[in-house]
Design a protein around this ligand. Structure first.
Ligand SMILES: [Fe+2]
Length: 133
């Protein structure tokens, strides 16, 4: 049973963004599997690094769509993304230092943050798009 199941509740209606969100969920699932099966730290590190990169690219795409559609919440949203990337950077550095002690914390943080972010913040963008026709 997957731990991080995508829910259609979180669809924004922007296909590019929704498919990136779904892909990020799959990556979190892979990472969770790696942690459960005690895969070697090097494999887990690769998954974490990939997830971090995809998150950065996704945020950039999302912000570009927001700018292109004149979304008034762009500045706030961009700063939330920036804070997130900064925190992930710190967690990744901790992981490099102590691979055994950090991954679950990183995963929990990423999953919890991203779920909340999609459900609350990205949904705000989706609602705005609906008002634009
Ligand atoms: Fe976002």
């Amino acid at each position: 049973m997957p731990r991080y199941m995508w829910s259609s509740e979180w669809e924004t209606g922007e296909e590019a963004i929704d498919s990136q969100h779904r892909a990020l969920f799959q990556q979190m699932e892979k990472l969770a599997d790696a942690l459960m099966n005690d895969q070697p730290a090097v494999g887990t590190e690769r998954l974490l690094t990939q997830l971090n990169e995809h998150l950065g690219a996704h945020f950039q795409d999302e912000e570009e769509r927001m700018a292109a559609t004149g979304y008034p919440g762009l500045l706030r949203h961009r700063s939330l993304h920036g804070e997130m990337l900064e925190r992930v950077k710190v967690l990744l550095a901790a992981f490099h230092k102590d691979p055994e002690g950090t991954p679950r914390e990183v995963l929990n943080f990423l999953a919890t943050w991203h779920l909340k972010h999609i459900a609350q913040e990205d949904k705000g963008f989706a609602d705005y798009l609906k008002t634009q026709g």
